[in-house]
Design a protein around this ligand. Structure first.
Ligand SMILES: NC(=O)c1ccc[n+]([C@@H]2O[C@H](COP(=O)([O-])OP(=O)(O)OC[C@H]3O[C@@H](n4cnc5c(N)ncnc54)[C@H](O)[C@@H]3O)[C@@H](O)[C@H]2O)c1
Length: 256
């Protein structure tokens, strides 16, 4: 699918990978809506990028909030062709550890934002995509890209909830692609490794230094632009569907 002149929703677009992909989309002629809870950052990005970007204060876990955001996009830009799910949180706690048992509230929050939030947004965006006239030779009406993590495959100590939430995103990719194939909507997921975004800012420098040596090659942390590059390829290449692509420079996470 061509990017130019089409409309994208990017969740988590106020920071990190979401911000990077939205800037790439705008540079290629798309109009983009940021769905994020961080209104200060979202409004600033929208103001900086001009009329092609709107900020919608959306909590991805909330049905009414996402529906209101989608309605805002339709009234401003008229359609949705691309949905990119980047909103997410990183959480950690051992199942049973020195600090006690894993808090069920943390489990529910992690699953709610990362997994339910992803499905909540993609289903309401897909509903709008079904109304599009085909925009590709193959009858394509839309593209959905989700962000999982390699923790879906090699979760580390303390990552039970995070890994389950990301594993759920990997697992829903094929059945949702099957559900939406008849409408010409493709669904893919990226599983990033270690990417240098604000999520990393809370980690001490020596930890970041040692993590950056763990990928096979190139031996560095990934950049948000590495992920955006793959997202652009997925949008433009109509033959990628129902797939989960690792973006980790060959990294296989160890238990700790
Ligand atoms: N950075 C990494 O190394 C890494 C690795 C693998 C996977 N990921 C995943 O990639 C995605 C993007 O991560 P990032 O590093 O760019 O993170 P980030 O913290 O920079 O950005 C996440 C954004 O999501 C938003 N958000 C959080 N909860 C929300 C909610 N309920 N509704 C709407 N917006 C919400 C935040 O406000 C923030 O702007 C996440 O899903 C993360 O789990 C990150």
């Amino acid at each position: 699918m061509e990017i130019n002149s089409h409309v994208a929703v990017v969740t988590g677009g106020a920071s990190g990978m979401g911000k990077e992909i939205l800037e790439n989309l705008v540079a290629r002629g798309a109009r983009v809506a940021i769905f994020d809870v961080n209104s200060a950052a979202g409004e600033k990005i929208a103001a900086d990028l001009g009329d092609d970007v709107i900020y919608c204060q959306v909590d991805v876990t909330d049905e009414d909030s996402v529906a209101a955001g989608v309605a805002d996009v339709i009234s401003t830009f008229g359609a949705i062709h691309i949905c990119i799910n980047c909103a997410g949180i990183a959480t950690g706690s051992k199942t049973v550890g020195k600090e006690g048992v894993f808090p069920l509230s943390l489990w529910k929050k992690t699953l709610d934002i990362n997994l339910t939030g992803t499905f909540n947004v993609l289903r309401l965006c897909a509903e709008q995509m079904t109304k599009n006239s085909p925009v590709t030779e193959d009858g394509g009406r839309g593209v959905i890209i989700n962000t999982a993590s390699i923790a879906a495959f090699e979760g580390q100590v303390g990552q039970a909830a995070y890994s389950a939430s990301k594993g759920g995103i990997v697992a829903l990719t094929l059945p949702v692609a099957r559900d939406l194939a008849g409408y010409g909507i493709r669904v893919n997921t990226i599983a990033p490794g270690l990417i240098e975004t604000p999520m990393f800012e809370s980690l001490p420098e020596p930890v970041v230094e040692s993590l950056s040596k763990t990928p096979l090659y190139p031996q560095r942390l990934g950049k948000p632009s590495d992920i955006a590059h793959m997202m652009i390829a997925i949008i433009e290449n109509d033959y990628i569907n129902g797939e989960c692509i690792r973006m980790d420079a060959g990294l296989r996470m160890q238990p700790k």
